[in-house]
Structures are given as structure tokens and as C-alpha cells.
Design a protein. Structure first.
Length: 67
């Protein structure tokens, strides 16, 4: 008798938390390296890629609304 199972499920032994895929607003007091290698400080976007934190500079924008 030969048993064959076509349902091969792959189990991730180290799943990332749901917040790891999202960018978070973060205030940096000490300069950090961005994803481009530049130093960032102040308000930044931050995300974890499974190994380390990635940072992107936050640029504020002014939206004029007509109401």
C-alpha cells in the first residue's frame, strides 16, 4: 500500500507579527541610518524586515482643503 498526500502545507516556524509589514510613525532621538544609507532623525517611518529595523524620513505635507 502506497499513501500519497497531495496536500503539502508549508509551515513557517518563525512567522512575523502582523505589525512587521507596516510602517509606523516613530520619533528618533539619536540619528539612524535610512534604507538609502542616510542619517535620519526626528519623526520617521519605521518597519521591521525580520532582521533589523528600516527607517524612512517622514516629510510633512500641508493639504489645503476647500470646504
Amino acid at each position: 500500500m502506497i499513501a500519497d498526500n497531495d496536500d503539502h502545507t508549508i509551515t513557517d516556524l518563525n512567522p512575523q507579527p502582523s505589525w512587521a509589514q507596516a510602517w509606523h510613525m516613530w520619533t528618533v532621538f539619536f540619528p539612524r541610518r535610512s534604507i538609502t544609507g542616510r542619517l535620519v532623525y526626528g519623526k520617521v517611518w519605521r518597519r521591521h524586515d525580520g532582521l533589523r529595523w528600516k527607517y524612512k524620513k517622514f516629510t510633512e505635507f500641508n493639504v489645503d482643503r476647500d470646504y
